[in-house]
Design a protein around this ligand. Structure first.
Ligand code: IMP
Ligand code: MG
Length: 182
C-alpha cells in the first residue's frame, strides 16, 4: 500500500533539535573510544543514510567508510529473511569496525551482519543504532551506542521508511495508518 495524504498521520516522537543534540553526543562518545584505531565505519543501507551523514560530520578521528545494503522488511511486518543487496567494498580484516544502523528491532539484521563480519576477521565490531526497539528483540545482539529507545511502534523519518516513503522527514515520528481511505 502506498500512503497518501488521506490515509495516514504521523505523530512526532523526536523533533529535529533533539536528534541533532543526541547525534552530537553519540559522536563525542565514539570519538573518545576510537582515536588511534584502524576504524572502518559500515553504514547499513538504506535506513541509516541520514543518521550516518550527520554522525560522521561530528567524528573527530580518521576512519574509512563503507556501505552494505541489506533488506529485511516489507511494510510494517518482518519478512524474516535477510538479503545482501549490495556488499562491502572494503576489507574488514584486522580493523575496528563500527556498524551504523537506523534501528534495532527484532535484531535479525544485526545478528546476520555480525555473523557475516565475523567470517572476515575484523579486530573488533561495535554497533551504533539511532533507535532501539528493545521490546521487540528476538535475537540477543549487543548495542554499543544508541540514540533513543522506542516502544513497539512503527517509526518513520530521518532515513526510516514505510514502503520506501518518509525517509526525508527531518524528524522521527510514529506512523499511524487509518483503515479508511476516504
Ligand atoms: P530487525 O532485523 O528486525 O532488527 O529490523 C531491522 C530493520 O527493519 C531496520 O534496519 C529497518 O530497516 C527495519 N525496521 C524495523 N523497525 C522499523 C520501524 O519502526 N520503522 C522503519 N523501519 C523499521
Ligand atoms: Mg535498515
Amino acid at each position: 500500500m502506498s500512503p497518501n495524504k488521506k490515509n495516514y498521520s504521523i505523530e512526532i516522537l523526536f523533533p529535529q533539535d533533539l536528534i541533532r543534540a543526541r547525534v552530537r553526543e553519540i559522536a563525542s562518545q565514539i570519538t573518545r573510544d576510537y582515536e588511534n584505531k584502524n576504524t572502518l565505519m559500515i553504514a547499513v543501507l538504506k535506513g541509516s543514510f541520514v543518521f550516518c551523514a550527520d554522525l560522521v560530520r561530528h567524528l573527530n578521528f580518521l576512519f574509512a567508510f563503507d556501505f552494505i545494503s541489506l533488506s529485511s522488511y516489507e511494510g510494517t511486518g518482518a519478512k524474516g529473511k535477510i538479503k545482501v543487496i549490495s556488499n562491502l567494498k572494503e576489507d574488514p580484516e584486522g580493523r575496528d569496525v563500527i556498524i551504523i544502523e537506523d534501528i534495532a528491532d527484532t535484531g535479525h539484521t544485526l545478528d546476520f551482519l555480525h555473523k557475516e563480519l565475523a567470517a572476515k576477521n575484523p579486530k573488533s565490531v561495535k554497533t551504533c543504532v539511532l533507535l532501539d526497539k528493545k521490546c521487540a528483540r528476538v535475537k540477543n545482539v549487543p548495542i554499543d551506542y544508541s540514540g533513543f529507545e522506542i516502544g513497539n511502534d512503527f517509526a518513520v523519518g530521518y532515513g526510516l521508511d514505510y514502503n520506501g516513503f518518509f525517509r526525508g522527514l527531518p524528524y522521527i515520528g510514529i506512523l499511524h495508518l487509518n483503515g479508511n481511505n476516504k
